[in-house]
Design a protein around this ligand. Structure first.
Ligand SMILES: NC(=O)C1=CN([C@@H]2O[C@H](COP(=O)(O)OP(=O)(O)OC[C@H]3O[C@@H](n4cnc5c(N)ncnc54)[C@H](OP(=O)(O)O)[C@@H]3O)[C@@H](O)[C@H]2O)C=CC1
Ligand SMILES: O=C(CO)COP(=O)(O)O
Length: 344
Protein backbone atom coordinates (compact mmCIF):
# COMPACT_ATOMS: atom_id res chain seq x y z
CA UNK A 1 0.00 0.00 0.00
CA UNK A 2 1.31 3.47 -0.92
CA UNK A 3 1.94 5.56 2.20
CA UNK A 4 2.89 9.08 3.24
CA UNK A 5 6.23 8.66 4.93
CA UNK A 6 8.32 11.21 6.83
CA UNK A 7 12.08 10.64 6.83
CA UNK A 8 13.74 12.56 9.65
CA UNK A 9 17.36 13.40 8.91
CA UNK A 10 18.80 14.25 5.51
CA UNK A 11 22.35 13.05 5.99
CA UNK A 12 23.58 10.33 3.69
CA UNK A 13 21.47 7.57 5.23
CA UNK A 14 18.17 9.49 5.54
CA UNK A 15 18.55 10.69 1.95
CA UNK A 16 19.28 7.20 0.61
CA UNK A 17 16.35 5.67 2.52
CA UNK A 18 14.05 8.46 1.34
CA UNK A 19 15.11 7.53 -2.18
CA UNK A 20 14.32 3.82 -1.63
CA UNK A 21 10.88 4.68 -0.24
CA UNK A 22 10.12 7.16 -3.03
CA UNK A 23 11.17 4.66 -5.70
CA UNK A 24 8.79 2.17 -4.03
CA UNK A 25 6.02 4.69 -4.82
CA UNK A 26 5.58 6.25 -1.39
CA UNK A 27 5.14 10.00 -0.99
CA UNK A 28 8.14 11.07 1.08
CA UNK A 29 8.60 14.19 3.17
CA UNK A 30 12.27 14.59 4.08
CA UNK A 31 13.09 16.66 7.16
CA UNK A 32 16.27 18.61 6.49
CA UNK A 33 17.61 20.51 9.49
CA UNK A 34 19.11 23.28 7.39
CA UNK A 35 16.45 25.34 5.53
CA UNK A 36 18.89 26.26 2.76
CA UNK A 37 19.65 22.59 2.07
CA UNK A 38 15.89 21.83 2.11
CA UNK A 39 15.36 24.46 -0.62
CA UNK A 40 18.27 23.03 -2.59
CA UNK A 41 16.82 19.49 -2.41
CA UNK A 42 13.43 20.76 -3.63
CA UNK A 43 14.89 22.82 -6.45
CA UNK A 44 17.61 20.51 -7.72
CA UNK A 45 16.50 17.05 -6.50
CA UNK A 46 20.00 16.56 -5.19
CA UNK A 47 21.62 16.55 -1.75
CA UNK A 48 24.94 18.08 -2.67
CA UNK A 49 26.23 18.05 0.91
CA UNK A 50 25.77 14.36 1.73
CA UNK A 51 25.16 12.34 -1.47
CA UNK A 52 26.39 14.58 -4.29
CA UNK A 53 26.34 11.90 -6.98
CA UNK A 54 22.65 11.00 -6.67
CA UNK A 55 19.58 12.40 -8.42
CA UNK A 56 16.62 12.04 -6.08
CA UNK A 57 13.08 11.02 -7.12
CA UNK A 58 10.63 13.92 -7.52
CA UNK A 59 8.23 12.43 -4.98
CA UNK A 60 10.64 13.45 -2.20
CA UNK A 61 9.66 16.85 -0.82
CA UNK A 62 12.03 18.43 1.69
CA UNK A 63 11.04 20.67 4.59
CA UNK A 64 12.96 22.16 7.50
CA UNK A 65 9.79 22.14 9.67
CA UNK A 66 9.63 19.07 11.89
CA UNK A 67 5.92 19.69 12.45
CA UNK A 68 5.18 19.74 8.70
CA UNK A 69 7.30 16.65 8.22
CA UNK A 70 5.60 14.38 10.76
CA UNK A 71 2.07 15.73 11.32
CA UNK A 72 -0.52 13.30 10.00
CA UNK A 73 2.07 10.83 8.65
CA UNK A 74 1.28 7.15 9.30
CA UNK A 75 4.98 6.23 8.99
CA UNK A 76 8.03 8.10 10.31
CA UNK A 77 11.59 6.89 9.74
CA UNK A 78 14.31 8.39 11.94
CA UNK A 79 17.83 8.55 10.47
CA UNK A 80 19.61 11.03 12.72
CA UNK A 81 22.93 10.49 14.52
CA UNK A 82 22.64 8.83 17.94
CA UNK A 83 23.63 12.02 19.79
CA UNK A 84 20.62 13.81 18.26
CA UNK A 85 17.96 11.13 18.82
CA UNK A 86 16.61 12.29 22.17
CA UNK A 87 16.36 15.94 21.16
CA UNK A 88 14.71 15.13 17.83
CA UNK A 89 12.14 12.86 19.53
CA UNK A 90 11.37 15.57 22.08
CA UNK A 91 10.87 18.13 19.32
CA UNK A 92 8.55 15.98 17.21
CA UNK A 93 6.55 14.25 19.99
CA UNK A 94 3.68 16.75 20.00
CA UNK A 95 3.03 16.38 16.26
CA UNK A 96 3.16 12.60 15.86
CA UNK A 97 0.09 10.63 14.83
CA UNK A 98 -0.94 8.46 17.83
CA UNK A 99 -0.95 5.35 15.61
CA UNK A 100 2.31 6.11 13.81
CA UNK A 101 4.63 3.28 12.73
CA UNK A 102 8.08 4.45 13.78
CA UNK A 103 11.26 3.08 12.20
CA UNK A 104 14.78 4.05 13.13
CA UNK A 105 18.00 3.44 11.27
CA UNK A 106 20.52 4.87 13.74
CA UNK A 107 23.57 2.86 14.84
CA UNK A 108 24.73 3.91 18.28
CA UNK A 109 24.02 4.28 21.98
CA UNK A 110 23.17 7.40 23.93
CA UNK A 111 26.51 8.11 25.57
CA UNK A 112 25.21 9.76 28.74
CA UNK A 113 22.71 7.01 29.65
CA UNK A 114 24.27 4.05 27.76
CA UNK A 115 20.80 3.31 26.39
CA UNK A 116 19.89 1.84 23.04
CA UNK A 117 18.08 4.05 20.55
CA UNK A 118 14.72 2.28 20.99
CA UNK A 119 14.97 2.88 24.74
CA UNK A 120 15.62 6.59 24.17
CA UNK A 121 12.70 6.78 21.71
CA UNK A 122 10.32 5.03 24.11
CA UNK A 123 11.36 7.33 26.96
CA UNK A 124 10.66 10.44 24.91
CA UNK A 125 7.50 9.29 23.09
CA UNK A 126 5.72 6.65 25.18
CA UNK A 127 6.44 3.13 26.44
CA UNK A 128 3.56 1.94 24.19
CA UNK A 129 5.50 3.01 21.08
CA UNK A 130 7.50 -0.24 21.31
CA UNK A 131 4.59 -2.11 19.72
CA UNK A 132 4.87 0.21 16.70
CA UNK A 133 8.64 0.60 16.58
CA UNK A 134 11.14 -1.21 14.35
CA UNK A 135 14.88 -0.83 13.76
CA UNK A 136 16.50 -1.06 10.32
CA UNK A 137 20.10 -2.23 10.27
CA UNK A 138 22.53 -4.41 8.29
CA UNK A 139 25.29 -3.95 5.72
CA UNK A 140 24.16 -0.94 3.71
CA UNK A 141 26.28 2.02 2.68
CA UNK A 142 24.11 4.92 1.54
CA UNK A 143 26.30 5.56 -1.51
CA UNK A 144 25.48 2.10 -2.90
CA UNK A 145 21.82 2.02 -1.80
CA UNK A 146 21.03 5.32 -3.52
CA UNK A 147 22.30 3.99 -6.85
CA UNK A 148 20.32 0.77 -6.49
CA UNK A 149 23.21 -1.61 -5.94
CA UNK A 150 21.96 -4.94 -4.55
CA UNK A 151 21.74 -4.60 -0.76
CA UNK A 152 20.37 -6.74 2.06
CA UNK A 153 19.21 -5.34 5.38
CA UNK A 154 17.24 -6.52 8.39
CA UNK A 155 14.30 -5.03 10.31
CA UNK A 156 13.63 -5.96 13.92
CA UNK A 157 10.77 -5.23 16.25
CA UNK A 158 9.06 -6.58 19.33
CA UNK A 159 5.91 -6.53 17.19
CA UNK A 160 5.68 -8.93 14.29
CA UNK A 161 3.10 -6.74 12.56
CA UNK A 162 5.40 -3.69 12.70
CA UNK A 163 8.31 -5.72 11.41
CA UNK A 164 6.29 -7.00 8.45
CA UNK A 165 4.94 -3.51 7.68
CA UNK A 166 8.47 -2.13 7.69
CA UNK A 167 9.62 -4.95 5.41
CA UNK A 168 6.76 -4.22 2.95
CA UNK A 169 7.46 -0.50 2.88
CA UNK A 170 11.16 -0.80 2.13
CA UNK A 171 11.68 -4.00 0.15
CA UNK A 172 12.27 -3.94 -3.60
CA UNK A 173 14.27 -5.75 -6.26
CA UNK A 174 17.54 -4.11 -5.18
CA UNK A 175 16.88 -3.69 -1.48
CA UNK A 176 16.14 -7.03 0.14
CA UNK A 177 14.72 -6.74 3.65
CA UNK A 178 14.87 -9.66 6.09
CA UNK A 179 13.15 -9.75 9.48
CA UNK A 180 14.60 -10.77 12.84
CA UNK A 181 12.57 -10.47 16.06
CA UNK A 182 15.70 -9.77 18.16
CA UNK A 183 15.43 -5.98 18.41
CA UNK A 184 17.98 -5.78 21.23
CA UNK A 185 20.56 -7.78 19.27
CA UNK A 186 19.93 -5.90 16.03
CA UNK A 187 20.49 -2.52 17.70
CA UNK A 188 23.55 -3.63 19.66
CA UNK A 189 25.24 -5.42 16.76
CA UNK A 190 24.67 -2.44 14.44
CA UNK A 191 26.18 -0.05 16.96
CA UNK A 192 29.17 -2.08 18.13
CA UNK A 193 30.53 -3.06 14.72
CA UNK A 194 31.58 0.57 14.23
CA UNK A 195 34.20 0.17 16.98
CA UNK A 196 35.80 -2.71 15.13
CA UNK A 197 35.65 -0.76 11.84
CA UNK A 198 37.69 2.01 13.46
CA UNK A 199 40.22 -0.65 14.47
CA UNK A 200 40.28 -2.17 10.98
CA UNK A 201 40.91 1.27 9.49
CA UNK A 202 43.73 1.86 11.97
CA UNK A 203 45.30 -1.44 11.08
CA UNK A 204 45.27 -0.49 7.38
CA UNK A 205 46.54 3.01 8.20
CA UNK A 206 49.46 1.47 10.08
CA UNK A 207 50.27 -0.58 6.98
CA UNK A 208 49.30 -3.97 8.40
CA UNK A 209 47.89 -6.61 6.09
CA UNK A 210 45.01 -8.98 5.67
CA UNK A 211 46.00 -11.23 8.57
CA UNK A 212 45.64 -8.35 11.00
CA UNK A 213 42.29 -7.37 9.48
CA UNK A 214 40.97 -10.92 9.74
CA UNK A 215 42.11 -11.07 13.36
CA UNK A 216 40.33 -7.83 14.18
CA UNK A 217 37.10 -8.90 12.52
CA UNK A 218 37.07 -12.32 14.17
CA UNK A 219 38.16 -11.34 17.66
CA UNK A 220 36.09 -8.15 17.33
CA UNK A 221 33.01 -10.22 16.59
CA UNK A 222 33.80 -12.38 19.64
CA UNK A 223 33.92 -9.43 22.00
CA UNK A 224 30.96 -7.47 20.62
CA UNK A 225 28.85 -10.66 20.76
CA UNK A 226 30.00 -11.22 24.34
CA UNK A 227 28.77 -7.78 25.39
CA UNK A 228 25.60 -8.05 23.29
CA UNK A 229 24.64 -11.40 24.79
CA UNK A 230 25.21 -10.04 28.30
CA UNK A 231 22.86 -7.17 27.42
CA UNK A 232 20.14 -9.55 26.24
CA UNK A 233 20.86 -10.11 22.53
CA UNK A 234 20.30 -13.47 20.84
CA UNK A 235 23.71 -14.98 19.95
CA UNK A 236 22.68 -15.86 16.39
CA UNK A 237 21.91 -12.24 15.55
CA UNK A 238 25.69 -11.67 15.54
CA UNK A 239 26.02 -14.35 12.84
CA UNK A 240 23.49 -12.52 10.64
CA UNK A 241 23.27 -9.34 8.60
CA UNK A 242 23.20 -7.05 11.63
CA UNK A 243 26.32 -8.73 13.01
CA UNK A 244 28.92 -10.29 10.76
CA UNK A 245 27.31 -8.83 7.61
CA UNK A 246 27.64 -5.25 8.76
CA UNK A 247 31.03 -5.94 10.32
CA UNK A 248 32.38 -7.10 6.95
CA UNK A 249 31.06 -4.14 5.00
CA UNK A 250 32.11 -1.51 7.52
CA UNK A 251 35.60 -2.95 8.01
CA UNK A 252 36.31 -3.32 4.30
CA UNK A 253 34.39 -0.68 2.35
CA UNK A 254 35.89 2.55 1.05
CA UNK A 255 32.55 4.15 1.87
CA UNK A 256 32.80 3.55 5.60
CA UNK A 257 33.37 6.72 7.58
CA UNK A 258 34.43 4.64 10.59
CA UNK A 259 37.03 2.77 8.55
CA UNK A 260 38.27 6.03 7.01
CA UNK A 261 38.53 7.76 10.39
CA UNK A 262 40.44 4.77 11.73
CA UNK A 263 42.76 4.83 8.71
CA UNK A 264 43.71 8.46 9.37
CA UNK A 265 44.25 7.73 13.06
CA UNK A 266 46.48 4.81 12.07
CA UNK A 267 48.49 7.23 9.95
CA UNK A 268 49.09 9.32 13.06
CA UNK A 269 46.47 12.08 12.74
CA UNK A 270 44.84 13.45 15.86
CA UNK A 271 41.19 12.58 16.59
CA UNK A 272 40.00 16.21 16.44
CA UNK A 273 41.70 16.71 13.04
CA UNK A 274 40.18 13.48 11.73
CA UNK A 275 36.64 14.35 12.82
CA UNK A 276 36.94 17.81 11.34
CA UNK A 277 38.16 16.41 8.05
CA UNK A 278 35.37 13.79 7.91
CA UNK A 279 32.53 16.35 8.23
CA UNK A 280 30.10 13.44 8.68
CA UNK A 281 29.09 11.36 11.63
CA UNK A 282 31.64 8.79 12.84
CA UNK A 283 29.45 6.88 15.29
CA UNK A 284 32.25 4.51 16.32
CA UNK A 285 34.01 7.18 18.37
CA UNK A 286 31.11 7.74 20.78
CA UNK A 287 30.24 4.04 20.63
CA UNK A 288 33.76 3.10 21.75
CA UNK A 289 33.22 5.34 24.77
CA UNK A 290 29.78 3.84 25.47
CA UNK A 291 30.94 0.23 25.00
CA UNK A 292 33.96 0.81 27.23
CA UNK A 293 31.60 1.99 29.99
CA UNK A 294 29.11 -0.84 29.34
CA UNK A 295 31.88 -3.46 29.43
CA UNK A 296 33.03 -2.15 32.81
CA UNK A 297 29.47 -2.04 34.13
CA UNK A 298 28.69 -5.56 32.91
CA UNK A 299 32.18 -6.93 33.65
CA UNK A 300 32.67 -8.15 30.09
CA UNK A 301 36.16 -8.49 28.68
CA UNK A 302 36.53 -6.34 25.52
CA UNK A 303 40.27 -6.01 24.84
CA UNK A 304 39.98 -4.40 21.39
CA UNK A 305 37.46 -1.85 22.64
CA UNK A 306 39.66 -1.09 25.65
CA UNK A 307 42.69 -0.51 23.47
CA UNK A 308 40.72 1.68 21.07
CA UNK A 309 39.42 3.69 24.02
CA UNK A 310 43.03 4.26 25.06
CA UNK A 311 43.96 5.44 21.57
CA UNK A 312 40.93 7.70 21.11
CA UNK A 313 40.72 9.26 24.55
CA UNK A 314 43.92 8.61 26.52
CA UNK A 315 46.72 9.51 24.16
CA UNK A 316 47.91 6.00 23.38
CA UNK A 317 49.36 5.61 19.87
CA UNK A 318 47.84 3.10 17.45
CA UNK A 319 51.13 1.18 17.38
CA UNK A 320 51.18 0.93 21.18
CA UNK A 321 47.63 -0.38 20.96
CA UNK A 322 48.66 -3.17 18.60
CA UNK A 323 51.60 -4.10 20.85
CA UNK A 324 49.25 -4.26 23.81
CA UNK A 325 46.79 -6.54 22.00
CA UNK A 326 49.49 -8.84 20.65
CA UNK A 327 51.28 -9.01 24.01
CA UNK A 328 48.28 -10.18 26.01
CA UNK A 329 48.58 -13.37 28.06
CA UNK A 330 47.84 -16.79 26.60
CA UNK A 331 44.17 -17.59 26.32
CA UNK A 332 41.50 -19.87 24.97
CA UNK A 333 39.76 -19.05 21.69
CA UNK A 334 36.28 -20.48 22.29
CA UNK A 335 35.54 -18.81 25.59
CA UNK A 336 31.89 -19.93 25.48
CA UNK A 337 33.14 -23.51 25.88
CA UNK A 338 35.07 -22.53 29.00
CA UNK A 339 33.78 -19.27 30.51
CA UNK A 340 36.30 -19.49 33.36
CA UNK A 341 39.09 -19.03 30.82
CA UNK A 342 37.36 -16.01 29.30
CA UNK A 343 40.21 -13.58 28.86
CA UNK A 344 39.59 -13.37 25.08
N1 LIG B 1 25.58 6.56 5.89
C1 LIG B 1 25.32 5.28 5.87
O1 LIG B 1 25.64 4.58 4.90
C2 LIG B 1 24.62 4.64 7.02
C3 LIG B 1 24.40 5.31 8.20
N2 LIG B 1 23.76 4.70 9.23
C4 LIG B 1 23.48 5.41 10.48
O2 LIG B 1 22.56 6.46 10.23
C5 LIG B 1 22.73 7.49 11.21
C6 LIG B 1 22.79 8.83 10.49
O3 LIG B 1 24.01 8.82 9.78
P1 LIG B 1 24.28 9.50 8.37
O4 LIG B 1 23.04 9.90 7.68
O5 LIG B 1 25.19 8.60 7.66
O6 LIG B 1 25.08 10.80 8.87
P2 LIG B 1 25.64 12.02 8.02
O7 LIG B 1 26.88 12.44 8.69
O8 LIG B 1 25.66 11.67 6.58
O9 LIG B 1 24.53 13.14 8.26
C7 LIG B 1 24.20 13.56 9.56
C8 LIG B 1 22.80 14.14 9.52
O10 LIG B 1 22.37 14.37 10.85
C9 LIG B 1 22.02 15.74 11.00
N3 LIG B 1 22.32 16.18 12.36
C10 LIG B 1 23.54 16.35 12.91
N4 LIG B 1 23.39 16.77 14.20
C11 LIG B 1 22.06 16.87 14.41
C12 LIG B 1 21.28 17.26 15.51
N5 LIG B 1 21.85 17.62 16.67
N6 LIG B 1 19.94 17.26 15.39
C13 LIG B 1 19.36 16.89 14.25
N7 LIG B 1 20.04 16.51 13.14
C14 LIG B 1 21.38 16.49 13.24
C15 LIG B 1 22.86 16.46 9.96
O11 LIG B 1 22.28 17.71 9.69
P3 LIG B 1 23.21 19.00 9.34
O12 LIG B 1 23.70 18.80 7.94
O13 LIG B 1 22.25 20.14 9.48
O14 LIG B 1 24.32 19.02 10.36
C16 LIG B 1 22.73 15.47 8.80
O15 LIG B 1 21.49 15.60 8.18
C17 LIG B 1 23.99 7.11 11.99
O16 LIG B 1 23.63 6.52 13.21
C18 LIG B 1 24.69 6.09 11.10
O17 LIG B 1 25.47 5.16 11.81
C19 LIG B 1 23.30 3.43 9.13
C20 LIG B 1 23.49 2.72 7.97
C21 LIG B 1 24.16 3.26 6.83
O1 LIG C 1 26.58 1.32 8.95
C1 LIG C 1 27.06 1.54 7.86
C2 LIG C 1 27.02 0.55 6.76
O2 LIG C 1 26.20 -0.54 7.07
C3 LIG C 1 27.74 2.83 7.62
O3 LIG C 1 28.99 2.79 8.19
P1 LIG C 1 29.88 4.12 8.35
O4 LIG C 1 29.11 5.01 9.32
O5 LIG C 1 31.18 3.66 8.86
O6 LIG C 1 29.97 4.77 6.99
Amino acid sequence: MIQNVAVIGAGSWGTALASVLAKNGHQVTLWVRDAQLADEVNQTHRNQKYLPEATLPVNIVATSSLEKAVAGKPVVLLAVPSHAMRQVCQSMAAYLDPEVLLLHATKGFELESLKRMSEVIAEELSPQITSRLAVLTGPSHAEEVVCEQPTTVVVSSESEESMLRAQDLLMNQNFRVYTNPDLVGAEIAGALKNIIALGAGMSDGLGYGDNAKAALLTRGLAEISRLGIKLGAMPLTFAGLAGVGDLIVTCTSKHSRNWRAGYMLGQGKRLDEVLEQMGMVVEGVRTTHAAYALARREQVDMPITQVLYGILFEGKTARQGVEELMGRGKTFEMSYLNPEADRS
